[in-house]
Ligand binder design. Structure first.
Ligand code: CMP
Length: 143
């Protein structure tokens, strides 16, 4: 079953949006297999966002993601990578459709509430940066 890495960013945690965001993915029917509130180190942030290293906003991005706790999660389900991206909305909340997480809760591209893996390769890489195998739970939903 497909897995993705989702992370509620420091703005989302500070604005008490953890419950709201988790609820959307639960209600959609995806399965939460790992989660933790954590403060990201500079080194981990630079590894996670390595593909943006040459972008002018890289420093700002690393500073922001390390500025306060994030809520790191692994979700499982059919097509969860692309469906989660659809539920999140466009990267820039100004372009994100109403009804999406960023469309409903964000206004700035830097503080856009949530990060989600954009491909199976990114998902595998990002999950391994933030979680050990032991921290991930496999279970069947019986109720
Ligand atoms: P995310 O999905 O976490 O992946 C990279 C992040 O870079 C993106 O969300 C945005 O929050 C951030 N980002 C993109 N463009 C800019 C920008 N122009 N200034 C600051 N941050 C940006």
């Amino acid at each position: 079953m497909e897995r993705t890495y989702l992370m509620i960013k420091p703005d989302g945690v500070q604005r008490n949006l953890i419950g709201e965001v988790v609820s959307r993915f639960e209600k959609k029917g995806f399965t939460l297999v790992g989660a933790k509130l954590m403060t990201v180190s500079k080194e981990t942030a630079e590894t996670h966002y390595a593909e943006h290293k040459e972008r002018p906003f890289f420093g700002e991005l690393v500073d922001f993601i390390t500025s306060g706790p994030v809520f790191a999660m692994v979700w499982e389900g059919e097509n969860v990578i692309s469906t989660a991206r659809t539920m999140m909305g466009a990267t820039n909340p100004a372009d994100a459709a109403p009804g999406t997480i960023r469309g409903d809760y964000g206004v700035q591209v830097a503080m856009n509430v949530i990060h989600g893996s954009d491909s199976p390769e990114s998902a595998a890489r990002e999950i391994s940066i933030f979680f050990t195998e032991e921290e991930l739970n496999s279970y069947d939903k019986t109720i």
